[in-house]
Design a binder for this molecule. Sequence first.
Ligand code: FE
Length: 339
Amino acid sequence: MIRIPRLLAVLATGFALSAAQAEEKVLNLYSARHYQTDEALYSNFTKQTGIAINRIEAKEDELLERLRNEGASSPADVFITVDAARLAKADELGLFAPLKSPLLESRIPAHLRGENWFSFSTRARVIVYNKADVKPADVQNYEDLALPALRGKVCSRSGSHPYNLSLLSSIIARRGESDAEAWARGVVANFARSPKGGDTDQIKAVAAGECGVTISNSYYVARLMRSEKPEDRKVIEAVGVVWPNQKLHGAHINISGGGMLKTAPHKEAARKFLEYLVSDQAQIYFADGNNEWPVVKSVQVKNPALQTLGSFKADMLPVTDLAKNAALAQKVYDRAGWK
Ligand code: FE
């Protein structure tokens, strides 16, 4: 008789627990990625775990601003974006929760992990040249783009863009600030025009002969390679691609990644989601959808464009070093006049 209330209490606790577990069946994701191919990535997670994903997609800065404004009451569980320096900045703002995960640590190489965030795919900065105008032998290294032989032939996007800041950060890390500045000045002296547009615009300008050579993220090249539009086919036929610095430290790579937010209301769901992102299947979706490479070495993507581009030596510089040098990189570009 005495036991009945206890039993009721136990039952009540059980109900309370399952109510709490039911709340956990949701993940609020803030994402600065916006690739249609990510749909399968998310729906597959829900299928596997029963955890629904509420996704808020916006530009990186808007999401950071939103997170800061929402503060402790933010509904966001996970933040994902591109570029190591941006993730490091979010971390500096104290947005990420420390997350100990043996699975993430074993699947993601150490140089691709931040303090409280993780990389899920990599992209390389490649050299793209006009086949009729420039010999590939003359553009084997980023350093070559600063040589007088390429005067008036280089096109570039803004030096303030994270992709170029990241590249210069790696040059600073590898060769020091003054060499990096000399390089930036040399490239600026070779500009065919003032920096404008994105990477794809540079590739198109190279194909059109407006410039002889540029630097682009690999996935923009791959996207054009996979395009069936006749105008894109023409662009790709006119250009060649070089894996830079293969006899030096390797091609500069950057990442897309994310982490669990400190204020995450659904921490278990957040952990599950981040761990799901390093599963074989998710790695394929995550990387292949945007023509990137998985961070998990054993995972093979069957992407015709990436296969055509072939394998390459990537610079193994820790992503945290890229982030550390980003502010200095901006100063160096400013001094060199790389607008
Ligand atoms: Fe991009």
